[in-house]
Design a protein around this ligand. Structure first.
Ligand SMILES: [Fe+2]
Length: 354
């Protein structure tokens, strides 16, 4: 079979993204990627930061394939044993794989269901604030990561447990000029989960914990210039991954009812408009690759009493762009400190699980 059979297609039902079908061609795909290290990252670029590879069944048996594919997308693949990560979420043989599952030993519960669970037209709620949990991975770190690879080992049936994506390039382009001007050079303040700074935590009056330097909230530009495409994209999260105590927007009135909150609300409502978004219904062995520098995503509820879900994720970093040049990794604790020391029990954090 020739390479031409691995044809790049558009993603059905999505305004952005590209797709490859690897069924019966997994070796061909891997050979081609090995021979041409720019091929898959070029596909990702062509898809505005979203590349779906269907039917990559080999990864489930050989998780090291996921790690080697991750190296195609950047210089550094996070080793979760070297970064602060609960041991129950680290793959037993591949420390570069984060395990997200309701199964033991991970036992993460799915995000909450939106209220009401469907829209007026009986569709899956996508737009903020009906849908909450939109985020870009690890934006509470500086420099933030580049790309995530997300693989479905065991997935719930269609109609639940989707992953939603929104195109940050298109959303930026679609902003009114006055809003583009208003957010130029402005930063959002992004918070690590468990630090008592989510919108729900601040509203509840829970006492925020005293943060170690490596746990501190981090500023990130609301508009990022993608280091490869040089195109501007919106870059922010919402309820669960912004700092609602001192933020969410630097230099604006803080708090859940402040001027910054109103701006964030307006931006995220716009960002997650239906015409910028895609809902991925998972099939077993789907590999979804997304560029955190130019899109946001959101996990959805599934019935964890009835269904199992086992997902593997890797995180690629190393090319955040010149605005982060020379920075030390903000999240690495000084020796003797545990990254998760003193963090809350996470009960406020179930909004942003992938
Ligand atoms: Fe995520």
């Amino acid at each position: 079979m020739g390479n031409d059979e691995l044809k790049l297609q558009s993603v059905p039902g999505s305004p952005f993204g590209v797709m490859l079908d690897a069924a019966n061609r997994e070796n061909q795909l891997l050979d081609r990627a090995a021979a041409n290290p720019d091929w898959l990252s070029g596909c990702l670029k062509q898809g505005n930061g979203l590349l779906v590879i269907r039917r990559m069944a080999a990864i489930a048996d050989r998780p090291e394939i996921l790690v080697s594919l991750s190296h195609q997308f950047g210089s550094e693949v996070e080793n979760y044993r070297n970064t602060p990560t609960p041991a129950t979420m680290i793959h037993e043989s591949q420390a570069q794989i984060l395990v997200i599952s309701n199964l033991p030993p991970c036992e993460r519960q799915p995000p909450l269901r939106p209220d009401p669970p469907v829209t007026e037209s009986n569709t899956l709620p996508v737009q903020f604030p009906h849908r909450i949990g939109w985020h870009t991975d690890q934006s509470f770190r500086r420099p933030p990561p580049d790309i995530s690879l997300f693989y479905g080992v065991i997935v719930p049936p269609h109609g639940q447990g989707q992953t939603l994506f929104a195109d940050g390039y298109a959303a930026y382009q679609g902003l009114p000029d006055e809003l583009k001007k208003q957010i130029e050079g402005v930063n959002g303040l992004h918070a690590l989960l468990g630090t008592g700074r989510t919108k729900a935590a601040v509203r509840s009056g829970v006492k925020p914990m005293k943060l170690q330097p490596h746990q501190a909230s981090q500023l990130q530009p609301l508009v990022r210039i993608h280091p490869i495409t040089r195109r501007p994209a919106l870059y922010l999260c919402e309820y669960g991954q912004m700092d609602w105590l001192d933020g969410p927007i630097a230099g604006m009135e803080p708090g859940p009812d402040g001027e910054g909150a109103r701006l964030l609300h307006r931006l995220m409502t716009h960002y997650t408009r239906e015409d910028y978004t895609y809902s991925h219904e998972w099939n077993t062995a789907d590999l979804v690759i997304y560029d955190n520098r130019c899109l946001v995503h959101c996990g959805t509820w599934f019935d964890a009493e009835r269904y199992d879900r086992l997902m593997w994720r890797t995180t690629v970093m190393g090319n955040p762009g010149p605005e982060y040049a020379g920075e030390e990794k903000s999240w690495i604790p000084a020796s003797g400190q545990g990254y998760l020391d003193g963090l809350g029990d996470g009960r406020w954090d179930n909004l942003t699980r992938s």
